[in-house]
Design a protein around this ligand. Structure first.
Ligand SMILES: [Zn+2]
Length: 242
């Protein structure tokens, strides 16, 4: 009976979150024309957890790095950007195949927005029943949108086999996604697709690759501390492999 009640409570609490619209997105200015969008997902234990994606306002539109966590949340961001800037989203680059990076891809497609990921990300998304970005690239790829430069870099396995980071060389911002852990993180998080052995080596590659980093945005939680998050990620990966 006790088990039945707790299951009932869990279902009820998930339903209540949906109805109360707790999952409203939040946007925060980072630097220049770059912003972080925080959306919220509900974990298996019923708790609400934040995820960060990023957007950059260009002369003619908006560049999105990762979709918000879910379709309703992505629709909220599309509406927010339209009413705030009167500009359309030009494209979105997803940094790995999980739903907190790709969950809104179909909504973006419906709105005529080009969705990109690495070929490996698209393949994994297909295999795992996640939403698939339309266009793919292989190897490290540079995007130039209205003279805003985005560099997609694959450091090796870590949080997932396909995780990439995005470097904005004109503003020295590194979008780390779920490959980088926040200083707020108390554990390494979802390890279902992680490679704990490779992760520290991949972190070292990112450290060697990018110099003069001013901001680092992790996939979840706060982004204070910037490059200190590299050390935090190493520490949590070590802790988890013990
Ligand atoms: Zn994540």
């Amino acid at each position: 009976m006790k088990r039945f009640i707790s299951l009932f409570l869990l279902i009820y609490s998930v339903a209540a979150f949906g109805q109360n619209k707790v999952l409203k997105i939040r946007t925060t200015h980072l630097t220049g024309n770059i912003y972080v969008c925080t959306s919220y997902g509900i974990l298996d234990d019923g708790s609400v957890f934040p995820a960060n994606d990023m957007y950059i306002i260009t002369r003619t539109g908006v560049i999105l790095i990762d979709t918000p966590w879910g379709e309703a949340e992505t629709s909220q961001l599309i509406d927010t950007l339209r009413s705030r800037y009167h500009k359309k989203i030009l494209l979105c680059v997803s940094t790995h195949f999980h739903a907190d990076r790709t969950g809104g891809v179909d909504i973006l497609k419906k709105n005529g927005i080009k969705t990109y990921s690495s070929l490996l990300t698209k393949q994994l998304a297909k295999q795992r029943g996640e939403k698939q970005p339309e266009f793919t690239f292989t190897g490290d790829t540079t995007f130039n949108v209205d003279n805003v430069i985005l560099q997609a870099y694959y450091p090796g396995e870590g949080h997932t086999k396909d995780n990439i980071v995005i470097w904005l060389p004109q503003s020295n911002v590194l979008f780390g996604g779920c490959f980088i852990k926040s200083l707020d993180a108390t554990d390494i998080g979802n390890l279902a697709d992680a490679n704990l052995k490779a992760w520290p080596f991949s972190i070292e590659k990112v450290k060697a690759q990018f110099k003069d980093i001013k901001f680092v945005i992790p996939g979840h939680q706060g982004w204070q501390g910037d490059t200190l998050m590299f050390g935090r990620t190493l520490e949590l990966a070590k802790q988890a492999s013990r």
